[in-house]
Design a protein around this ligand. Structure first.
Ligand code: MD3
Ligand code: FE
Length: 200
């Protein structure tokens, strides 16, 4: 299978076949029935445009108290287990890594975006992050380990999987925009991004 590299990012286009994408969406719906999507607010009180939930031992949350990983959904329920199909992707692509402790579920409507940021709430930066895109296409921007400097952009499509490790693990990154109606996977449109992470 093809692998594209942008800096230290490893991109596997169309890694997940269309039929498996459908199954995955069904599994995710079951997760979201237990741990519904929430619209997080930044510690400064601004609503984020991406809605979020999680599976696994920890979920990432943001509210007036700050950004952090929590062992339970804000409702108090345990996060559901990470679906096996996702654990298989992790084992196949990063066999030497520890097992993921969080699958963050990000949901984008046509207007949602995610500003350039670093993921730094995890304890062990030697561990990779694996990202899975489903539904509408999104323009992913990658920068450097510090703010500023040149950035590069690529469109992520449904079924694409990206592995971040090494220098990529510390790179600033974000989603500039979603292209509405670019996929028929989700009946009402939108985009789901899953990130598998080791937290502790
Ligand atoms: C590079 N999500 O959840 S996935 C995030 O499409 C996040 O929802 C975006 O950034 C999305 O934090 C981009 C690609 C990604 C995810 C995690 C990373 C790139 C990363 C962690 C470290 C470095
Ligand atoms: Fe991120």
């Amino acid at each position: 299978m093809t692998v594209l590299r942008i800096r230290d990012f490893e991109i596997h286009p169309a890694y997940i076949p269309a039929s498996e994408q459908k199954d995955l969406v069904e599994r995710l719906r079951a997760c979201l029935a237990v741990a519904p999507l929430v619209q997080p607010t930044t510690p400064r009180g601004k609503a984020m445009s991406v809605r979020m939930s999680a599976a696994g031992d920890y979920g990432w949350v943001s509210d007036a108290k700050g950004y952090r990983y929590e062992p339970r959904h804000p409702s108090g329920v345990d996060w559901p287990p990470i679906p096996d199909a996702l654990l298989k992707i992790w084992r196949d692509l990063v066999p030497d890594a520890r097992l993921p402790e969080c699958c963050l579920i990000n949901w984008y409507d046509g207007a949602a975006r995610m500003g350039l940021h670093q993921d730094k709430d995890e304890a062990d930066f030697s561990q990779p992050v694996v990202s899975i895109s489903l539904g509408d296409e999104a323009l992913f921007r990658v920068g450097n380990a510090t703010r500023g400097g040149k950035t590069e952009s690529i469109w992520l499509r449904s079924g694409d999987v990206v592995v971040m490790q090494g220098a990529a693990r510390r790179a600033y990154h974000g989603i500039d925009r979603v292209r509405p109606d670019s996929s028929t996977l989700l009946p009402n449109g939108g985009r789901i991004n899953l990130t598998l992470r080791v937290v502790t």
